[in-house]
Write a protein that binds this ligand. Structure first.
Ligand code: ATP
Ligand code: MG
Length: 338
């Protein structure tokens, strides 16, 4: 379908190429993306330049993970005929939009962004924050608006970033005098953010607390066994606490039998249900969820050239679209075009 006659709402999301994707991505975003690709014009960004903002000392890792994340997309059911997968560093218009947007946001606003604050803390940067990292919300605004996306399916941790994007959009539109850029809304699943297996903070590629989508059956079993439950629930016969108990949080996220989960929670609260039994149920569910994903992923990994070709052609298509947006912003701001 030619671009201009495609009236479907536009989606832009993506992932930093810092490691293979995990269950947090699946619950927080991938699941939505697979469902929405039929009714939306969807772009997925492999965010390698954003990954460099806190991985500048290891560009090889960032490069290597372009393929890993692309494999994860295809393995969970992203269809390259419906979704455009593209590489951030191959879209120079986004870098130029970022540079322009940095003039429409203040340093104090960037420092106040709750996502950035949390991430700075998790990475132990103190005051030594790479400037690129502090400014990545402006780059994210460029990513979203570069595609003129109005829907952004993300995990709950990203909500403040979409808010910040819309602030930049409003300022820029006001400066230009008309609505060149649309505002976007975050589409956040009820799961919110999936905690890590240690129960400390969200599951994250960078924190070593994740179950990757490529986990082997043994990895899954070990992760579930190690999983944080209620530290005061020492005997199966005693009542236990469900809130903050990671095993139940995961059941909420992945067990489709809602009634069964509610019954288990009631039993656990009442006493008489041991951690081992709840963990067994969760393990079965995760094994069943991940087995087909792992198999598809392994088959695709046999042919990296095919996967990278998908990214290459997606990047080419995305280049045109983002360049068109940049041209509009440049002319709106009255920059000379030589
Ligand atoms: P890194 O540690 O490198 O930042 P990450 O694991 O946080 O990696 P991102 O690439 O930053 O992953 O996040 C990509 C998308 O996945 C975002 O939309 C984010 O909201 C979502 N996401 C990541 N982790 C979780 C989680 N634990 N629960 C829900 N959504 C998540
Ligand atoms: Mg992150």
């Amino acid at each position: 379908m030619p671009l201009d006659t495609d009236q479907r709402p536009v989606i832009l999301t993506g992932d930093r190429t810092t490691g293979p994707l995990h269950l947090g991505h699946y619950a927080g975003s991938l699941r939505n993306r697979v469902a929405l690709q039929h009714s939306h014009r969807q772009y997925l960004l492999l965010a390698d330049t954003q990954a460099l903002t806190d991985n500048a000392a290891d560009p090889a890792k960032v490069r290597r993970n372009v393929l890993e994340v692309a494999l994860d997309y295809l393995a969970v059911g992203i269809d390259p005929a419906k979704t455009t997968i593209c590489l951030q560093s191959g879209l120079p218009a986004l870098a130029e939009l970022t540079l322009l947007y940095l003039n429409f946001v203040t340093v104090s606003r960037l420092e106040r962004n709750p996502t950035i604050k949390e991430e700075i803390q998790a990475r132990g940067f103190g005051r030594d924050i790479p400037a690129g990292f502090l400014c990545y919300p402006a780059a994210q605004a460029a990513d979203i608006t570069g595609f003129k996306a109005t829907v952004v399916p993300v995990g709950e941790d990203q909500a403040p970033l979409i808010e910040q994007t819309n602030e930049i959009v409003r300022r820029l539109n006001r400066q230009i005098g008309r609505a060149v850029l649309p505002e976007a809304r975050a589409l956040i699943p009820s799961v919110g953010r999936l905690p890590g297996v240690d129960g400390k903070g969200k599951m994250s590629k960078s924190q070593g607390n994740a179950i990757p989508l490529s986990a082997t059956p043994d990895d899954i079993r070990d992760a579930v066994r190690r999983m944080y439950t209620d530290p005061n629930h020492l005997r199966a016969g005693e009542p236990g606490t469900v809130e903050g108990n990671v095993v139940f949080t995961y059941l909420d996220a992945f067990d489709e039998d809602r009634a069964a989960v509610e019954a288990l929670k009631a039993h656990y609260r009442r006493g008489g249900l041991g951690d081992a039994a709840v963990k067994r149920r969760l393990e079965d569910i995760l094994q069943a969820l991940l087995a087909p994903i792992r198999e598809r992923r392994a088959a695709l990994a046999q042919d990296p050239g095919y996967v990278l070709d998908i990214v290459r052609s997606g990047t080419r298509a995305a280049r045109e679209r983002t360049q068109a947006t940049l041209d509009e912003v440049r002319s709106g701001l009255g920059l000379l075009a030589f």
